[in-house]
Design a protein around this ligand. Structure first.
Ligand code: NCD
Length: 307
């Protein structure tokens, strides 16, 4: 079935679709390195509409669109700079923007907002983060990077730290990987920031073994250690956030003699010391670079592959 919108990684539990994304990503990465990218998105416009801050997601979607021959309409700080400031609803804005663009990438602070926006969007919509809920394109980048670095997505032990309760990238990646045989997860956090019970139930119902821990050292023995900053903006207040600040910082001495692949969707705040960057397992900047090609694949799937 043709993909209409990208809202959740659950849409990619169909491994044929995931393989298609990876194959297209490989194709674009190879062509990109040779400076020979095709222009399948010529005559298409992408609107990127961001109600929350972004560096990688917005730029890599926009760069992907431009490099494949398309054009971009870009709105950052949409909460303050769009008609949202005048009181326009998200659904009205999306209806209107969908009349100008051929696809929309949306980031919004409210959980579930992407699905609501997609329900009225006349064009394909990509969820680039809806509050603490999901961030599917990031997880496709994460999974592609794991496959590239370790050669497989099967039978892995993946540890996630520091804020599984609020992190949409941890949630989305765990959902995506839960479909793979032999998968084992360890969620590492202070007790108050543990993965939500309903999520654990969902992951376990797919056969994933899930454990929780308060000790970051457990993570360095996994195959993959997925770090993500404390999600400051999702805490009730600064005081609440400060209780947990700097509780988990991965440093080079902790990784001595370990083989673990270290990922982070970035931005890195204080969850990974800069002394880790030079280690061979530190893959987060390669992961960010992969974002360009994975997002090319997604735009191509939604726009060019439909024709
Ligand atoms: C992530 C996000 O927005 O959820 N950023 C990103 O897209 N690479 C991670 C984060 O902000 O912590």
């Amino acid at each position: 079935m043709a993909l209409r919108h990208i809202l959740s990684t659950e849409q990619f539990l169909d491994s044929n679709l995931l393989l298609r994304v990876f194959a297209l990503t490989d194709r674009f990465a190879k062509a990109g390195r040779r400076g020979k990218l095709p222009k399948p998105l010529r005559n298409n416009i992408l609107a990127s509409v961001f109600y929350e801050p972004s560096t990688r997601t917005r730029f890599s979607f926009e760069a992907a669109m431009l490099k494949l021959g398309g054009q971009v309409l870009s709105m950052e700080s949409a909460l303050h700079c769009s008609s949202a400031m005048k009181g326009e609803s998200l659904t009205d804005s999306i209806r209107v923007i969908g009349g100008y663009a051929d696809a929309i990438v949306l980031r919004h602070p409210q959980e579930g907002s992407a699905a609501v926006a997609a329900s009225v969007s006349p064009v394909p919509l990509i969820n680039a983060g809806d509050g603490g809920n999901e961030h599917p394109s990031q997880s496709l980048i994460d999974a592609y990077t794991i496959k590239q670095e370790l050669g497989t997505l099967k039978g892995l032990h993946v540890a996630f730290a520091c804020d599984p309760l609020h992190s949409r990238t941890i949630r989305s990646l765990a959902l995506l990987l839960s479909g793979f045989p032999g998968i084992r997860f360890t969620f590492i956090s202070p007790p108050a920031l543990r993965m939500a019970p309903f999520m654990l139930a969902r992951l376990r119902s797919r056969g994933a073994r899930c454990e929780q821990s308060g000790d970051l050292r457990v993570g360095v023995n996994a195959d993959v250690l997925y770090m993500n900053r404390l999600q400051k903006e999702r805490f009730a207040g600064v005081k609440e956030f400060q209780k947990y600040q700097k509780k988990f910082t991965l440093t080079a001495p902790m990784l001595k003699g370990k083989q673990v692949l270290v990922l982070d969707p970035l931005p890195r705040i204080d969850e990974i010391g800069t002394d880790v960057d030079a280690l061979p397992g530190a893959a987060y900047f390669r992961q960010a670079k992969n974002g360009l090609y994975v997002r090319m694949a997604l735009l191509d799937l939604l726009l060019a592959a439909r024709r």
